[in-house]
Design a protein around this ligand. Structure first.
Ligand SMILES: N[C@@H](CCC(=O)N[C@@H](CS)C(=O)NCC(=O)O)C(=O)O
Length: 255
């Protein structure tokens, strides 16, 4: 049996959600509401001591880390392959995943937390917020929550993250001038891992990600949006995109 602990279909949670959908695998969905701090509840920390989503459980084996989860799924369920057969293209795919994890995602996360998550932290009554901070297992995450609950990141930090997002967009644009998909001729984990972050860029940075500046990136996002697996993952959202309010859907097996 496959179970996925995930939040909204965006960023790291979205990576395995698309992967599972591409592979048409049934899985039990466990929604973890990050804005209700469910990821730091003892029951979830017992599953992932980092207190972060996503987490896959396959026949009792717990696998964390979104990139690792997708590599695992591709290895164990190879019927719909998501790695190019050519070793050079495969290496290129892995360089993208590394770039996403080490460079693009941390920058996107800082901006996303500053723009969206900050208001959630600010809305919590200070004494309760202090208690919530205490139970965050990772020191780095505790500091990050404390930062956005306080004065947020410095202008210099935010400017550097925005710069890194522009670099990321330009890198995607260049790569897509060399082939239809990020690793070359074949749709792969590089595309779905990167899309899970990049889909936010046109809205976040219209001055840098536009028809004029990054036409190939926008075309690639449109091709990704049209994939049934991507549509199915996005349909698992539990928040109304207009109001941001929680929509309660019954937890269900999904394919
Ligand atoms: N390296 C991890 C990062 C996971 C991560 O940052 N998850 C975020 C959601 S995108 C999270 O759970 N944040 C909530 C928190 O830290 O409180 C991965 O790729 O799975």
């Amino acid at each position: 049996m496959l179970e996925l602990y995930h939040a909204e279909p965006s960023a790291n949670s979205m990576k395995p959600m698309i992967c599972l959908k591409e592979k048409r695998l049934d899985f039990v969905s466990h929604y973890v509401d990050l804005l209700a701090f469910e990821q730091h509840e003892p029951a979830f920390v017992a599953i992932n001591p980092n207190g972060q989503v996503p987490v896959l459980i396959h026949d009792g084996a717990i696998i964390a880390e979104s990139t690792v989860i997708n590599e695992y799924l591709d290895e164990v369920f190879p019927e719909v392959p998501l790695k190019p057969a050519d070793p050079v293209a495969r290496a290129r795919m892995r360089v993208w995943s590394k770039f996403i994890d080490e460079y693009f995602c941390p920058a996107l996360s800082m901006i996303g937390w500053h723009v969206r998550i900050r208001q959630t932290a600010k809305a919590v009554e200070p004494a309760r917020f202090a208690k919530l901070l205490e139970r965050i297992p990772l020191e780095e995450q505790r500091q990050k929550w404390a930062t956005i609950g306080g004065d947020s990141f410095t202008e210099a930090e935010l400017a550097d993250s925005r710069r890194r997002l522009v670099v990321s967009a330009q890198r995607m644009e260049k790569s897509l001038s060399e082939g239809p998909w990020l690793a070359g001729e074949t749709y792969s984990l590089a595309d779905l891992d990167t899309y899970s972050m990049a889909v936010a860029l046109p809205r976040l940075m219209p001055e840098s990600v536009s028809q004029e500046k990054t036409p190939r990136l926008l075309d690639w996002i449109a091709r990704m949006n049209a994939r049934p697996a991507v549509k199915a993952a996005l349909a698992m959202s539990r928040r109304d995109p207009r109001t941001g309010r929680r929509i309660d859907r019954p937890a269900a097996a999904s394919a």
